[in-house]
Design a protein around this ligand. Structure first.
Ligand code: PEP
Length: 250
C-alpha cells in the first residue's frame, strides 16, 4: 500500500517574510500527516528557515533543483551535498520549466537523480509530454523515454524511494488538467517501464504524483486512480489554506 505524497512547488515565488507566514499558517492547521507525506519545495534561500519552522512537524522540506557536483566552480549553483547536509529531504528534478527554460537534458537530469540518491535524499523526477506530443499520441513513448534516461545507473536498492511526478507540460499553470483516465494511463505506463527496468515488486513501491493545475476540487479524483499516489502542486500550493485543503483530501 503506497502512502500518498503531496508536494507544493513554490517555484520562484514569495519573499522571506511571506514564506515564514506560510509555514506559521500551515503549521497552525490540523494536518493528517500520518496518512499522507507532506512536502513543501521552497527556493533555496528559504530552505534553512523552512527546516527550522517545520522542525518536529509532519512537513518535510524539499528544493526545486540542485547541482550534481560536490563543490567547485559552478557560479550561482547549490550542490546536492550542501542541501543534504542542511537537512533537505526531497529534490525536484527535471521539472518541465528546467527542461525548457534552462535546456536541461535527460543526461543532466540523470546526473542529478544519481547525485540526489547518493546523498540519501529523494528525487521527485518529473516527466511529461508537450501538447504537440500528446496530440501525436506520443505520451507513453515520451514518458517512457524520460524515465529510462532519467534512471540510468540508478541502483535497484534506491528505486523504492523514488517519487515520479507525471506532469503533462500543457497542464502546468494553464488551468487545464489531464483527465483522471489520462493521468491513470500515463502513471500506469511509467510503472510498467520501471517494472521492465527493475522488477514489478520495486515498481509497485514507487509513488507517482499527478501535476498540472491540480487544486482542492480536482485532487480527489486524481488520487482515486490506482496508479496515482499524490500530487505535485504549483499554483494551488502557494496558499497555505488551499494546500492544507488538498492534504486533507489526500
Ligand atoms: C508544477 O509547477 O509542478 C505544477 C504542477 O504547477 P500548477 O499546479 O500551477 O499547474
Amino acid at each position: 500500500m503506497r502512502k500518498n505524497i503531496l508536494c507544493a512547488n513554490w517555484k520562484m515565488n514569495k519573499t522571506y517574510s511571506e514564506a515564514q507566514d506560510y509555514f506559521k499558517e500551515l503549521l497552525s492547521m490540523d494536518l493528517p500527516g500520518s496518512q499522507v507525506d507532506i512536502v513543501v519545495a521552497v527556493p533555496d534561500l528559504f530552505a534553512k528557515m523552512a527546516l527550522d519552522e517545520s522542525e518536529g512537524s509532519d512537513i518535510k522540506i524539499g528544493v526545486q533543483n540542485a547541482y550534481p557536483k560536490e563543490s567547485g566552480s559552478f557560479t550561482g549553483e547549490t550542490s546536492v551535498s550542501a542541501l543534504a547536509d542542511l537537512g533537505i529531504e526531497y529534490v525536484i528534478v527535471g521539472h518541465s520549466e528546467r527542461r525548457e527554460i534552462f535546456n536541461e537534458s535527460d543526461a543532466f537530469i540523470n546526473e542529478k537523480v544519481l547525485a540526489v540518491f547518493e546523498q540519501g535524499m529523494t528525487p521527485i523526477l518529473c516527466v511529461g509530454e508537450s501538447l504537440e506530443q500528446k496530440e501525436k499520441g506520443e505520451t507513453k513513448k515520451v514518458v517512457n523515454e524520460q524515465i529510462e534516461k532519467g534512471l540510468t545507473g540508478v541502483q535497484a536498492e534506491d528505486i523504492s524511494q523514488l517519487v515520479v511526478g507525471y506532469e503533462p507540460v500543457w497542464a502546468i499553470g494553464t488551468g487545464k488538467t489531464a483527465s483522471d483516465e489520462e493521468a491513470q494511463q500515463a502513471a500506469a505506463a511509467i510503472r510498467e517501464k520501471i517494472a521492465e527496468l527493475y522488477s514489478q515488486e520495486l515498481a509497485d513501491e514507487v509513488r507517482i504524483q499527478y501535476g498540472g493545475s491540480a487544486n482542492p476540487e480536482n485532487i480527489g479524483s486524481f488520487l482515486a486512480q490506482t496508479n496515482v499516489d499524490g500530487g505535485l502542486i504549483g499554483g494551488a500550493g502557494l496558499e497555505a489554506a488551499s494546500f492544507a485543503q488538498m492534504i486533507k483530501v489526500a
